[in-house]
Ligand binder design. Structure first.
Ligand SMILES: [Zn+2]
Ligand SMILES: [Zn+2]
Length: 107
């Protein structure tokens, strides 16, 4: 599968989501709690194999920072900013029905 790149990333504060538009036209909306819970850093994920969801209540997004041309870093309201979300990882997290269906078909 070809790598996809986000062309637009918006923090929609009123709805507490991050809206990502991809270069293939796909649009995904990620709730802040959802994004924070899947923070990929070692502090959140430990050293286990599978990515796990770590619920952080009332996650607030303070900043969105690009990392090179392959990833995005989110800074959270509590100062946590060690999670580097590669584009591929972000796309795999897309919570829309279409992506969830594709993910389950690949299993
Ligand atoms: Zn983390
Ligand atoms: Zn999607």
């Amino acid at each position: 599968m070809a790598a996809q790149y986000p062309v637009e990333i918006n923090h929609v504060k009123a709805r507490r989501v991050v809206r990502i538009t991809w270069d293939d036209g796909h649009v995904g909306e990620y709730a802040l709690d959802y994004l924070r819970g899947f923070c990929p850093c070692a502090g959140c994920q430990g050293h286990g194999g599978d990515i796990k969801f770590v619920y952080v209540p009332d996650a607030e997004l303070a900043d969105i920072m690009p990392v090179g041309n392959y990833a995005i870093m989110f800074r959270w309201g509590d100062g946590h900013e060690t999670g580097i979300y590669t584009f591929q990882y972000l796309r795999s997290l897309c919570p829309c029905d279409e992506c969830k269906r594709q993910a389950s078909e690949h299993r």
